[in-house]
Design a protein around this ligand. Structure first.
Ligand code: NAD
Length: 430
């Protein structure tokens, strides 16, 4: 069944374009509402962020000039707990994109059962053009500007595209300086000596692997020898590659912002990670064949892992992919029309809100460990991650089977029931 991506937007301050992330999210909400029963009464809560902060981030550049950057922090919903969601540094960041990403965090946190609402932040910047000092000044000023809405009990940022443990350390330090204490629990994804958690760096990719392994079992796809194509070879994509390769799958193609590469026998993942660390991207990796960026979507594979940005899996790409399984490492990579095509073609899509939830799950562990100042072993963390994610995914599979709906709509059903139940029970203030 094809449905156009034109869900109604109730807000005056954004004008979402067809296929934009916020429009995609609104379409997903429209699809879940018929399954919400009496809770549908509260559905408009899902269609608007609770709070959206736009900040100016002026910094002094190394040459003495001053540049201004746009920054955002959006708290989509706080009904179930403090806001939780990453911070993205990217030249295409917009308020509307951050709104969508924050809304997907609401759904993700509720789908997994974590005691958080949904939030997200971003700065419209190409961080590769900044020196390390400029990047630190940008991070610190941005943190100060959003300091009025974040905090260990208010809203807890984490890494996302182009942000990492070092940036989280600067955020934690800046917030701490401003309140006159040391608030380790204000961000997650920190370096280990600053209250970070073991296992956090690889947690998102590990979650992609764990949910992917269960989904592969469901469709009778052996991982041994399965061909995997991955878009994005950063934190999420490279860890997923490593874990799939470790069980005998072949990572045959990788595409990132620098280009696309292919090797039928399977890429040497460790060597590619080293190459990317040195050269900044996959282009130029000698032990593979360079391919045109667009032909990445047509390489023969059983598993496709979009792990870069939103809106990448278009209708055209959904028609031509040979994958039997799509694992959404990225947030919002599949457009609603493409979702329908994949569904009609019998391709199983494990949606972002469960597939990439490993990161926020270990972020939750980090936050808990920081509060208790008692730290767990990596084995404990990985075991708890597998249990929580495995149980959440099983519940979504059951819901999909019971209601005969896609895994994405099932994940939204599970999550939105929890969010709106909390909304209904808390009531309206005043
Ligand atoms: P990252 O910065 O570590 O890596 C991003 C990757 O995307 C890089 O390989 C980059 O080259 C690639 N990329 C960027 N623009 C591209 C383009 N136009 N075409 C192709 N590739 C492009 O980021 P990450 O943390 O790995 O995040 C990737 C995705 O996973 C994002 O959608 C993010 O929201 C999502 N995610 C991340 C986490 C986390 O814990 N880091 C958690 C949940 C979801």
């Amino acid at each position: 069944m094809l449905q156009s991506n034109t869900a109604k937007n109730p807000l005056s301050y954004v004008d979402p374009q067809p296929d934009s992330p916020w429009q995609t999210y609104l379409s997903q909400v429209d699809r879940v509402v018929p399954y919400l029963g009496p809770l549908a009464h509260w559905a408009d809560t899902l269609r608007r962020p609770k709070r959206a902060l736009i900040v100016d981030v002026p910094i002094e550049m190394d040459d003495g000039s001053v540049r201004h950057f746009e920054g955002f922090r959006v708290q989509h919903n706080l009904s179930r707990g403090p806001g939780k969601g990453g911070v993205r540094f990217h030249p295409m960041v917009t308020l509307e994109e951050v709104m969508a990403l924050s809304a997907w965090m609401t759904v993700k946190n509720a789908a997994v059962g974590l005691p958080f609402g949904g939030a997200k932040g971003g700065v419209r910047v190409e961080p590769r053009e900044l020196s390390r000092k400029e990047l630190e000044r940008l991070t610190r000023r941005y943190t100060s500007e959003i300091g009025i809405v974040i905090g260990p009990q208010q809203d807890i940022p984490a890494p996302d595209v182009n942000t990492n443990p070092q940036i989280m350390a600067w955020m934690m330090d800046t917030y701490s300086m401003n309140i006159g204490g040391t608030a380790t629990g204000v961000v997650t994804g920190k370096p280990i000596p600053l209250g970070g958690s073991l296992g956090r760096v690889k947690a998102t990719g590990r979650g992609v692997f764990v949910t992917g392994r269960e989904a592969a079992r469901r469709i009778g796809l052996p991982l041994q020898g399965a061909r995997v194509a991955i878009q994005g070879f950063g934190n999420v994509g490279s860890t997923a590659a490593e874990l799939f390769a470790a069980v005998g799958a072949r990572v045959v193609a990788v595409q990132d912002h620098t280009g696309a590469i292919y090797k039928e026998a399977g890429l040497a993942v460790g060597a590619l990670q080293t190459h990317v660390a040195v050269h900044g991207g996959v282009a130029g990796f000698e032990a593979a064949q360079p391919i045109a960026v667009d032909s990445f979507w047509e390489v023969p594979c059983e598993i496709l892992i979009p792990a870069a940005l939103e809106g990448q899996l278009t209708e055209a790409r959904a028609r031509t992919t040979t994958a039997r399984l799509v694992l959404e490492g990225a947030n919002g990579p599949t457009l609603p029309g493409a979702d329908d095509i994949l569904n009609d073609r019998g391709v199983l899509v494990v949606p972002d809100v469960i597939c990439n939830a490993g990161g926020v799950t270990v972020s939750y562990f980090e936050w808990v460990q920081d509060f208790s100042s008692f730290f767990w072993s990596e084995d404990e963390i990985n075991a708890r991650l597998e249990t929580i994610l495995g149980n959440a995914f099983a519940q979504i599979l059951d819901t999909a089977d019971r209601l005969k709906i896609s895994l994405r709509t099932a994940a939204f059903v599970v999550a939105c029931e929890r969010v709106l139940q909390a909304r209904a029970e808390r009531g309206l203030y005043p």
